[in-house]
Design a protein around this ligand. Structure first.
Ligand SMILES: [Zn+2]
Length: 75
């Protein structure tokens, strides 16, 4: 009886104008828009992520922990 109000309500998902599902009151993770305006710089974010993974790959290869590279072998 006492905890009747303590139930977890399901998280509200809505559809973004780009077509992806996003949480309401959150910026869309795929296009970075919120309320029709671009809030997140998705392009810069992707570039940053790419640079980070590339650097990590390089570090791993140099340290010899990864023997084979993900890229197709050049012959
Ligand atoms: Zn979107």
């Amino acid at each position: 009886m006492r905890r009747s109000h303590a139930a977890i309500s399901p998280s509200r998902a809505s559809k973004c104008e780009c077509g992806a599902m996003r949480l309401s009151h959150r910026a869309c993770p795929s296009c970075g828009k919120y309320n029709g305006r671009v809030i997140l710089d998705i392009v810069a974010q992707a570039e940053r992520e790419q640079r980070r993974t590339r650097r990590k790959d390089k570090a791993l290869r140099e340290s010899g922990q990864v023997t084979e590279s993900k890229e197709p072998a050049q012959t």
